[in-house]
Design a protein. Structure first.
Length: 150
């Protein structure tokens, strides 16, 4: 592992411990050249996942897109960055547990909405309004009524 400070390849692990609910390993490293310490994370490499978009285009799965959508939905809401990270982790775990090589973006959207519903109601409605492309106020109201009835 190269040192991020001096680019030396002489580094060693001084501490290892599980991170992110045992789905990765956090390693504390020490550079033998400059003496600085840094942290690395080791995760299991998963099979590449292809997302099928609404227009039938295919692209490689990108965690940051889910994170960006959730961040926009939670903007100025009482949701911590840690809660958002956990939500993205839960969505990602559910997607990868399906063990499929391709997944429709609509399925990902449904998973996100399902998880957001439990986290924050306003964020859920915001996400749903963009995801479901509400054309008018009536469709929006129907979605709100469904939420209020539960």
């Amino acid at each position: 592992m190269k040192c991020p400070f001096c680019s030396s390849e002489n580094t060693r692990v001084i501490d290892s411990r599980p991170a992110d609910d045992n789905s990765s390993i956090r390693r504390r490293r020490l550079c033998d050249e400059c003496g600085k310490r840094f942290t690395t994370y080791e995760k299991v490499e998963t099979i590449p996942l292809i997302v099928i978009k609404k227009d039938n285009n295919r692209e490689q799965y990108d965690r940051s897109k889910i994170e960006a959508g959730i961040l926009r939905a939670c903007h100025k809401r009482p949701v911590s960055a840690n809660d958002i990270n956990e939500l993205v982790d839960q969505v990602e775990t559910e997607i990868f547990n399906r063990e499929e090589k391709e997944i429709a973006s609509t399925e990902i959207g449904e998973i996100v909405m399902d998880k957001l519903k439990d986290l924050e109601a306003v964020a859920y409605v915001r996400f749903a309004s963009v995801y479901r492309e509400f054309k008018d106020v009536n469709t929006f109201m129907n979605e709100l009524k469904k939420m209020l009835d539960k």
